[in-house]
Design a protein around this ligand. Structure first.
Ligand SMILES: *Cc1c(COP(=O)(O)O)cnc(C)c1O
Length: 352
């Protein structure tokens, strides 16, 4: 580290994203992107005049996109916060709502501990059960903000809305952040709880079910007070955080909802078929409500499986964390990609 950096930066281990910009003929199942392109109307949404308008700053309030989301979710625009990916929403939420600490599961999204170190917060890490499910009764009266990904990553396991509600009731003086990055793939959303609980912040992304990972767009829905706090952070860091093109794409994709519902249904179908195939080969597959599977084999370790698949041109994700070292996380691709994956896993295990 440079002698010029501060101590907090020296201590920080940054988030390590899955590999991008791969060369050659690789099946990319490592970062939970959609295998489908954005809807045709989204692809044609950016006109020359929009590009010409880039000489102006973007709308700091994302007014039209907010209005679109407001209609879609039937919720006041003042209760919606828009940001440069949900990672930015989460970062701002950690800044806005945490005093000294925040609680989250030991097995979850790798960015939460990074934000803790970045902002000098203690992480209260709550272990998941042996089967990697979250026990909601571990989150009662925690005395600090809580963040839970639901469905959780990288397990794909989910809590019911009733379990989330129990956590909200038992922590009524703390903010509870529910990160719903994967909710469109089958979990129960907490959105319906928003009118009853002013401590709930629901975070969503366009990166997974909306095929816009590269556009960087995420949002949060909560009480006006929580949203005001996030706006305050935004206007104190980067008011033009969402560029003009992305705002357009975001609005166009709300209007193309039918397309995305079909694609999500198709991903769910492929997920469940792949899951059945892998189980029939003797692998353990967690019951995923996301666009990925978390998979373990008695015949081969997680790192070995990851490396062997990589050699065969299929990239999945392995995490160097003790409790999940035996697992790999596999993004749901096209049916053809998943057939190839199932076939190669079979070859690898038979060749052992
Ligand atoms: C992918 C992911 C995000 C980040 O999404 P972006 O909107 O692309 O920043 C946030 N939370 C979880 C749990 C994720 O898996």
């Amino acid at each position: 580290m440079s002698r010029f950096t501060n101590k907090r930066l020296n201590r920080l281990t940054p988030y390590s994203p899955g590999e991008q910009n791969l060369v050659g003929d690789i099946i990319k199942l490592n970062t939970n992107e959609s295998p489908f392109p954005p809807a045709p109307s989204v692809i044609t949404a950016i006109k020359d005049e929009t590009i010409a308008s880039l000489r102006l700053y973007s709308d700091a309030n994302s007014t039209r996109l907010k209005a679109g989301l407001s209609r879609y979710f039937k919720i006041a625009p003042e209760r919606i916060f828009i940001a440069n990916g949900s990672d930015e929403v989460l970062n701002f939420a950690f800044m806005a709502f945490c005093e000294t600490a925040i609680a989250f599961p030991d097995i979850t999204y790798g960015f939460y501990p990074v934000f803790c170190t970045l902002h000098g917060l203690d992480a209260k890490i709550i272990p998941v059960r042996d089967d990697l499910t979250i026990d909601s009764t571990d989150y009662l009266d925690i005395g600090m903000p809580i963040v839970i990904a639901n469905p959780n990553a990288p397990t794909g396991l989910s809590l019911s809305a009733a379990e989330i509600e129990m956590i909200l009731v038992a922590n009524s003086s703390q903010v509870v952040i529910i990160d719903e990055a994967y909710i469109d793939f089958g979990g129960e959303t907490a959105l319906n709880l928003l009118d009853k609980y002013d401590n709930l912040l629901v975070v969503r992304t366009y990166s997974k079910s909306r095929s816009l990972a590269g556009a960087r767009l995420g949002f949060a829905i909560g009480s006006e007070e929580l949203i005001d706090a996030l706006e305050k952070i935004k206007y104190s860091t980067n008011p033009y955080n969402v560029n003009t093109l992305t705002q357009k794409l975001g609005l166009a994709s709300i209007e193309a909802d039918d397309y995305y519902q079909k694609k999500v249904a198709s991903i769910i179908k492929t997920r469940d078929e792949t899951s059945r195939e892998l189980r029939s080969q003797g692998l353990s597959v967690l019951n995923s409500k996301a666009n990925f599977l978390f998979v373990r084999s008695d015949a081969i370790g997680g790192e070995d499986l990851y490396l062997s698949l990589r050699e065969r041109g299929i990239l999945v994700r392995h995490f160097a964390q003790e409790r999940i070292y035996d697992y790999v996380r596999i993004t749901i691709g096209t049916p053809e990609e998943m057939n190839k994956l199932v076939c190669e896993i079979k070859n690898i295990i038979e060749g052992k």
